[in-house]
Design a protein around this ligand. Sequence first.
Ligand code: GDG
Length: 478
Amino acid sequence: MTYDLVVVANRLPVDRVVDEDGAVSWRRSPGGLVTAIEPIMQEYDGAWVGWDGGPDGPDEPLDQNGMLLVPVPLSAAEIEEFYEGFSNGTLWPLYHDVVAKPSFHREWWDAYVTVNRRFAERAAALAAENALVWVHDYQLQLVPAMLREARPDLRIGFFLHIPFPPTELFVQLPWRRQILEGLLGADLVGFQRPGGAQNFVRLVRQRVGHKTHRDLVYLADGRTVEADAFPISIDFAGLAEMAQTDAVVARAREIREQLGNPRHLLLGVDRLDYTKGIYTRLRAFGELLADGRVDLEDAVFLQVATPSRERVDEYRRLRDEIDMLVGRINGDYGRLGHPAISYLHNSFPREEMAAMFRAADIMVVTPLRDGMNLVAKEYVACRVDNDGALVLSEFAGAADELKQAFLINPYDINGMKTALLEAMDGQPRDRSRRMRAMRKTVKEHDVAAWAAEFMGRLREVRPDHHKRLREVPTDDNQ
Ligand code: GDG
């Protein structure tokens, strides 16, 4: 059996859950990618290739809601070297402005190649003649070329969910050329922001020596590769609906009460990751309390930090640093039964997240670098009352669209403090004007629009595209 659409992503849209008796079941993982892609998968009769999240998982496909899920098993050593190592210890920090130091290890690279090949082989075996294959994210950048080699008939799309770094940083990577050539196996390479596409095209021209013109790369064999921005989004309608249910409204009220009904409730929701700028954000809030510009009776900070990559050293260190900072701020400024920062190192059901978004007056999203940041868009979707303010880092992809947010530079603590005060002191009319505009933007460009746009462009690639685009312009290489 073969499929007209194959999605290849590091993770399957389900988690394998093993209970106390050793019985195995599958639970749909709540990620946005599933919501985005599921309808297309059903339309196309699709298959999804991905890892189940644990060591030595099963090898047999399973059917779920009209899509075939095809697990790619990883050994414990591969999880360490391919996933925690090369993906999260090398590429993740390198692609996020080197905000942490990337580690370069040759054994990690070898594991990356091996695992990418396994993903490519699975996909090659599943794809029908001329099928569309959509490969996702930084863990699988070699898959497009490996797949192209095995199956030149396929139309291959790649989407990078994280930023594509400036050329000066990318060239640190000892395997830079292999990664670029891996991506060039695709017909369409998608990025969150136009800058990512430009960085990629420039690198391909400078480092691999291909001719380029605007967002097109002309390969020696006559094939062309197109690079463009496709900013990802969220299920706006679904979230807005959830945010209006009685249960969520009641829970939002309860959350505010539990936090002492502050005049301003500030909220942060992030994976506990050093790119998210949690430390500087809390420091800015702590300084506002220290300066006396914000009073504990006036403002409380609720920070949710979802556990993430806990076996990676850098993440353990970050957790300790944030624990210490929260402890210090609460020790200095909190009162009995009334901490300045409520810090939750845990994950929550989506309804609870929606209730937090509805409860919060100010959403504080301050990544040092972020591909998009869905949390910012989710907050906006949940503000069905058109109230609430968003403080947003200009280094998140979301800043391109959410222009009415209070935009900040997360490295500028004073600037961040000023923006927090402005957001707190803002007039209701101004808040509502900003929120309406942002809601309109996210509503009009939701995740379904994102997926349809990418798929639409990929579908336009013809099996004979190399003939059609043979003519190479000469006015390039600017
Ligand atoms: C990468 C890129 C890009 C978080 N805690 C809980 C929970 N979440 C949900 C959020 C949101 C998602 O996880 C996180 O998405 P982000 O976009 O904020 O960040 P990354 O995880 O770093 O995602 C990013 C994204 O890919 C998509 O392309 O935007 O730039 O880094 O949806 O709500 N959900 C639930 N409980 C939690 O405790 N249910």
